[in-house]
Design a protein around this ligand. Structure first.
Ligand code: CA
Length: 227
């Protein structure tokens, strides 16, 4: 069963969404504000998050940022706001898709199915939990990186990027794959994000960041991790 977390402060809309989804055998949890949403997301591990941007306690974009600190769950943003910079902010923060109110229930359900399908392509949990190189160690379960016995502090975005690369040693991960996984954007005009974040990771992890031995650039294509 696909679990959906509905984050919306309009009780009538929540009721309509819950009825329509439960009839189609979705499991639904509802949160009326951002704080409840973050708590429920951690406790219930939904397959898709349906998120209203205008919440009583916090900006929906901040909810997206908080979720993206630890999960790749598809986020479908729901908003009455027409302004396109809001959409861009939501997508930049890591939302996957955007639907403007008022919407038809059929369209919403179609987008929801598409979002749920996307998670099916995400590779399974890595069999290797500890990735060891001569210079640094990454513990994928404890979510910790250490270098010369010392914990390295990584931001959620840096961690997410590192996690993807070290989970696929020796394999080229394309710019597009990384942008989709980490930022939820399919546009590949954001490769400068990747350059910045990979440079930060190298500074923190590589012995000689200007001659990286583990976080390798494949010019024009993407990045590759070598043990
Ligand atoms: Ca609202």
């Amino acid at each position: 069963m696909t679990r959906v977390l509905v984050v919306e402060d309009d009780p009538q809309l929540v009721r309509a969404l819950v009825i329509n989804m439960e009839v189609r055998r979705y499991g639904v949890d509802a949160a009326p504000d951002g704080a409840t949403a973050l708590r429920l997301a951690a406790a219930r591990r939904p397959d898709v998050v349906l998120l209203d941007l205008g919440l009583p306690d916090m900006d929906g974009v901040d909810v997206i940022r908080a979720l993206r600190g630890w999960t790749r769950v598809p986020i479908l943003v729901l908003s009455a706001r027409q302004a396109s910079d809001e959409k861009v902010a939501a997508l930049d923060a890591g939302a996957d898709d955007y639907i403007t109110k008022p919407f038809s229930m059929d369209e919403l359900l179609a987008r929801l199915r598409a979002a749920a399908r996307r998670t099916e392509g995400v590779p399974p949990a890595p069999e290797t939990v500890l990735v060891v190189t001569e210079e640094f160690t990454v513990d994928l379960v404890a979510k910790k990186a250490t270098r010369a016995g010392r914990d390295i502090h990584l931001t959620p975005t840096e961690w997410h990027l590192l996690e993807i690369l070290v989970s696929h040693p020796g394999r080229l991960i394309t710019h597009r794959q990384l942008l989709e996984e980490v930022w939820g954007v399919s546009r590949s005009n954001k490769t400068n994000y990747l350059r910045v974040y990979v440079a930060q990771l190298r500074r923190k992890l590589e012995a000689d960041p200007s001659h990286p031995r583990h976080l390798i650039t494949e010019a024009g294509m993407g990045y590759r991790f070598e043990n």
